[in-house]
Write a protein that binds this ligand. Sequence first.
Ligand SMILES: C[S@@+](CC[C@H](N)C(=O)[O-])C[C@H]1O[C@@H](n2cnc3c(N)ncnc32)[C@H](O)[C@@H]1O
Length: 419
Amino acid sequence: MRTINFDTIKVSKDWAFENARSTDQWTHGYHRYPAKFLPNVVKKLIESYASPDFVVADLFAGCGTTLVEAKVHGIRSVGTDINPIATLITRVKTTPINPQQLERAYNKIVSSFETFREEDYANLSVHEKLDYWFRPKEKYRIAHLYQQTNRIRTVSIREFFLVAISHILKNCSGWLQSSTKPQRDLEKNIPNPFDSFKQHCAHMMKGNLQFYNHLSEKGFMDVECSISQADARHTAIADGSVDIIITSPPYVTSYEYADIHQLTGYWMEYFSDINSFRKLFIGTSYSGKSETTKSNSILGDSIVEALVPKDKKVARDVSNYFDDMRSVAQEMYRIVKKRGYACIVIGNTTLKDIHIKSAEVFYDFLKMAGFKKVDVIKRNIPNKLMPTLRDKTTGKFTTLSNQDCKKVYPDEYIIIVKK
Ligand SMILES: C[S@@+](CC[C@H](N)C(=O)[O-])C[C@H]1O[C@@H](n2cnc3c(N)ncnc32)[C@H](O)[C@@H]1O
């Protein structure tokens, strides 16, 4: 594959979807998730490159946008993510539930609110972090919701309501609503968890109904879809078993997914030690690596070298990220069939005033792994799905109120390659 200068690629209007966003269609609106796909992008990739007999894979499945779109199109899919909260959300979003059964279970939970008494939860013992984020009033009500939900025997229905609870935890805690970073808002007007639960369940049940009806009408109800918690660098997916990968890798040192999902993580006991959990994620700034290493991409290595005099720690994080992403490219090549596709949605960024060309470096890794170029598309990122401001000092995503910030990720690339 020849080298391309990504800066010279013109923004494509065909992939903008300015007036046709589909973030709330089907089950897509079940749970917020940082840097999630715009479903239209996945839909267009499926409709352009996949056939009904294909197997679609997403190694960084997140909240499952690719898998939901595959199912809606009647195409088999397989997904992995290192984050067990992501795999819970994806499992729920790809599992249609009989609407009557769901409503019965919902009514039972809601009717239990009438007999709820705070005193019954006075001795509740939770992780100390939850005591930091929640006031007793909301904590007791969430504990009640959680207890009622855990009594449901049908796994798919129980998990549906666990996802509803997970989604409302941020709203019902002291977490600053506009921030993905763990930041407390002492002025926050915190809603009653029972009201938030009812409101969000109504939204989810509407999505389930639409998804369920569509799949029944099309005969897609039993189309296979599997999601597992696994590392994208080495999955259990068989060699040459996938026709097309549609994925979006994590950005470098931008989102700390472990921290972002800590409310659910502690409530549902996915982890008690966040430090070791953080280290599993590609792109984390907690990797603790002591040295930079060569990535074999001339561009990647020059970026790391330019970072070293500015900030050794950031240089190590970026070097580590490139190293991990090189392994991901090799893993992708291993699981894709001959003449199969990989479509990767990836953006560049700036850290310490150095342009981190993650898209071009990953393109290098895809070439090294053996892939051939089909197309590289540049598209604008919708602001709603991706914050476009970064703190100049910490490099983390921030809000407009922060004066010390700069614009990042105004656009992203869709790299399409073939084995
Ligand atoms: C940009 S998000 C993907 C969002 C997804 N496209 C969606 O629509 O929800 C990147 C994902 O990579 C996951 N991730 C990070 N490190 C990973 C690893 N080592 N193996 C697998 N997944 C990982 C994160 O948990 C996160 O869900």
